[in-house]
Design a binder for this molecule. Structure first.
Ligand SMILES: [Zn+2]
Length: 263
């Protein structure tokens, strides 16, 4: 049976192994500096999801992605499509409730856009409360921080948005769409800060302030794309696929528990 949800027939869905993990990538359509396209988060998130499907073809289904996210703070850059957080949570929860209605028991909301993280956390929690099935949310870079730091060439602060990590993976997948010669370094990391961190694999980050993107970055970049190369991108992507596959296997092994109402 195919792993591509959209290629299934309704009879396939009826007969499918409902303990396969259904992966829903949620991303964004937004500025990624002068060097990368608006669809960066969707291309990378789906490359991870489809890589997991290739490495575990009996264990997952991959949904069509949600290519829009919570990013109104980016709207000073032309091309950004933003979704209100309440809308995004409601939309994703309608998808997960549909899957639960058809009998699926294990869902992974695979996030590939930073600011979706709290929305998908809430959508997963709402799904559990409203359906009783297992619904997990994860931003894929958080599954692989140690591996990112082994592979990276940039300093801390070099991997935030349209920086080394995303640029290298997109160059590996579609070198013709990345114009790395237009990129410049914008490392906004403050090494003196104890609580603020925007590097995707950095330490700290106990406090969060999300300013308007145009206040922080002149061209939309946050990080150091100038050191990106496709070989490093291949290693980042392979690590992302391995770690996400390991997460899928943990989700498949989770027991289905029963509530006890103590009233
Ligand atoms: Zn991105």
């Amino acid at each position: 049976m195919t792993t591509t949800y959209g290629h299934l027939t309704w009879e396939d869905v009826r007969d499918a192994d409902k303990n396969r993990v259904v992966i829903l990538n949620v991303s964004a359509t937004e500025d990624h500096g002068p060097h990368m396209p608006l669809d960066t988060d969707t291309v990378l998130g789906m490359a991870v999801a489809e890589g997991v499907a290739r490495s575990a073809p009996e264990e997952v289904f991959v949904m069509p992605p949600v290519p829009y996210g919570f990013n109104e703070h980016h709207k000073d850059f032309p091309g950004v499509i933003w979704i209100q957080p309440e809308t995004l949570i409601a939309f994703v929860t309608d998808i997960t409730k549909s899957l639960a209605h058809h009998g699926f028991r294990r869902i992974l909301l695979l996030n590939s856009h930073g600011s979706n993280h709290p929305c998908l956390d809430l959508a997963a929690r709402k799904t559990v409360i409203e359906t009783g099935i297992i619904c997990v949310s994860a931003s894929y870079w958080n599954l692989m921080s140690a591996r990112i730091n082994e592979i990276r060439k940039s300093e801390i602060g070099g991997i935030a948005h349209a920086g080394e990590f995303e640029a290298a993976m997109y160059m590996h997948l579609h070198p013709d769409r990345v114009h790395i010669e237009k990129s410049v370094t914008q490392n906004l990391h403050d090494p003196k800060s104890k609580f603020f961190n925007l590097d995707l694999a950095g330490k700290g980050g106990g406090a969060m302030l999300m300013r308007w993107w145009s206040e922080q970055s002149p061209d939309g970049t946050m990080g150091d794309p100038t050191v990106a190369d496709p070989e490093t991108g291949k290693r980042f992507l392979e690590a992302a696929i391995e770690e996400t596959t390991a997460l899928v296997r943990e989700i498949r092994a989770l027991p289905i528990l029963s509530r006890r109402d103590h009233h």
